[in-house]
Design a binder for this molecule. Structure first.
Ligand code: GDD
Ligand code: MN
Length: 394
């Protein structure tokens, strides 16, 4: 019997191009978990359909998560009859979204697609998705909520939940979700070049949101489809998926915020650390130390807190380019010095605004804090996390 192709590992990243000039246009991934009853039928239908439209220029990639019903084995048994079919038998890692990405990593095509393996996604719609891609779309999505779309026999509750999730998405990530009439869709195609080199980190079920948010997608096309009833097997959707969806949206929201916003959020966390330790050290009911000594220690702990988060998150990409403990220590020392200078500046500005210009005390303080935040951000970016660009041809 033929064997599965190796499971890609490492970071969830798609390479910019297949090693050799590939003749494959479309790589269609079918994620499966316990779909042994559906897989022979869907492979047959997809093969017929794609052959008619693409000739030899396509591949089908089943990514099975070691299903107890041995879906991967059933799929493997089909490969002799269907030479365009490949099977990834994944053990260890689990989950729909990462299965799709692993499948794309094993793919050769310039267009990467995904379709459910349970025949709930009508295969004919593939042709329309392909046409949209041929016209130049970067991402073509099959949607239940545009003309020609719908759901067949969903309960009122499931419709409600699906719409509710969409509304929530609009609140948290409007610039992405508002472009998608059906952000939950798991049936779409994307240009390899639109997501190549981007690190994808989906949470849970919904890979489309990840692709639309992290990819470069100037042209997004939608095609209507009716979500069919399942013929065999059962759905894996549970409450957990709704929680993961929310988590995913929030993570995207955070990672899309600009460096300065991240810097400010870290700064706020530092205020909390400072407050907490000032309380623990100086409050009479706690250690009851002298205020000045307590404040110095609390501030330094806040600085350490801020440094760690900034090094990991705000300037994480820059920090990665300056590896090693020594480099990190250097950044920490510079960060400390800049923050210290910032503190002195803070006091000076407060005095200028309050004593010299006669501002209200709290307005003066707020202004001073704002200016010092900008100062801290700018000098830390330019001095602490600065990367010296070295030309590779020296
Ligand atoms: N490899 C792998 N690993 N595949 C999985 C896993 C997993 O952990 N979980 C589910 N799958 C496969 C299923 O076998 C099926 O082929 C496909 O992913 C979709 O899973 P279903 O469990 O059938 O999902 P559904 O029909 O309830 O939900 C669908 O909801 C959307 C509409 O709201 C999703 O599948 C979307 O694709 C769909 O558009
Ligand atoms: Mn399904």
């Amino acid at each position: 019997m033929l064997s599965p192709i190796p499971t890609p590992s490492g970071p969830l990243q798609i390479s910019p191009g297949p090693a050799s000039q590939s003749p494959i246009r479309l790589s269609l991934v079918l994620p499966t978990f316990n779909e042994s009853d559906n897989i022979p039928a869907i492979v047959q239908i997809l093969t017929q359909l794609l052959e008619a439209h693409l000739g030899e220029a396509y591949e089908l990639i089943v990514v099975d998560d070691d299903s107890p019903d041995l879906t991967w084995k059933v799929a493997l048994g089909l490969t002799a009859q269907y030479p365009h079919l490949k099977v990834v038998h994944r053990v260890g890692e689990k989950g729909l979204s990462t299965a799709v990405i692993r499948g794309w990593q094993a793919a050769q095509g310039e267009i990467l697609g995904v379709i459910d393996a349970d025949l709930q996604h009508p295969p004919e719609v593939l042709v329309e998705l392909l046409q949209a891609m041929e016209r130049g779309a970067d991402l073509a999505v099959a949607s239940r909520h545009v003309e020609g779309g719908g759901v067949s026999e969903w309960s009122l509750l499931r419709r409600f939940l699906s719409r509710g999730a969409q509304m929530l998405g609009l609140l948290i990530l409007p610039e992405v979700i508002s472009r998608l009439s059906d952000p939950m869709s798991g049936y779409f195609m994307v240009k390899r070049s639109a997501i190549a080199g981007k690190t994808l980190s989906p949470v849970g079920y919904k890979i489309l949101i990840e692709v639309a948010a992290r990819g470069t997608v100037p042209w997004l096309a939608e095609v209507g489809y009716v979500f069919r009833e399942r013929q065999a097997g059962e759905s894996k959707v549970t409450w957990k998926q709704y929680i993961e969806y929310l988590q995913h949206l929030l993570r995207l929201r955070l990672s899309r915020s600009s460096r300065f916003i991240r810097f400010c959020l870290v700064g706020l966390s530092g205020v909390l650390v400072d407050m907490l330790f000032l309380y623990l050290l100086s409050d009479p009911t706690m250690l009851g130390w002298r205020l000045t000594r307590s404040k110095i220690i609390a501030s330094e702990l806040a600085i350490v807190n801020n440094f760690l988060w900034n090094d990991l998150w705000t300037f994480g990409d820059l920090a990665q380019r300056q590896p090693g403990k020594r480099q990190r220590l250097k950044r920490f020392i510079k960060f400390n010095l800049i923050c210290l200078a910032g503190l002195i500046l803070n006091v000076l500005l407060l005095n200028v605004f309050y004593n010299l210009l006669g501002f209200n005390r709290y307005v003066a303080n707020l202004l001073a804090i704002l200016l010092v935040t900008v100062w801290n951000f700018w000098f830390n970016l330019k001095l602490s996390w600065r990367v010296t660009e070295v030309s590779p041809h020296q």
